[in-house]
Design a protein around this ligand. Sequence first.
Ligand SMILES: [Zn+2]
Length: 176
Amino acid sequence: MSVAVTTTAVPVSSGEIRSLGGESAGAAGESAQLDSTPSDLRATVAQAFRRCRDLGMRLSRQRRMVLELLWSDRRHLSARDIFERLNAQGRNIGHTSVYQNLEALQSAGVIECLDRASGRLYGYRSDPHSHLTCLQSGEIEDLDVVLPEELVQQIEDLTGYSIESYTLQLYGRRRP
Ligand SMILES: [Zn+2]
């Protein structure tokens, strides 16, 4: 398994980086905290609707469909996946509309967008979080990882930066 540290494009205060249970990194002692269970602490689709309204974005029927699918599926999907799933559910929406809504939502920071060699993938979470990619299936899982404070401090000392947020990209295979 190889690990790389990258920073996210969305700056947030370190107080917003959380694990399930909301404990601080200091409480974890030496080990990083992580969790892959969807948490009630995370945004709901109703909060995403409110966020769009606050940003002055129109909540068209199509835009709501796309958001509802991302929040109910909770995986990282391509525009094509989303188009096919909505149409399989009998929702009448065109491919261009799906694509345009995804681009508008991701550029407003309402949803996440991952650039992969195979194309763009969209996810429901817009807060900083880490990803575990399966090297066999290509499936990407969301993870909340809180690094030990000492490690963050070391990175700050090494770079001269004050770290405000981070995400980890982890790659691995399911253990037999
Ligand atoms: Zn994600």
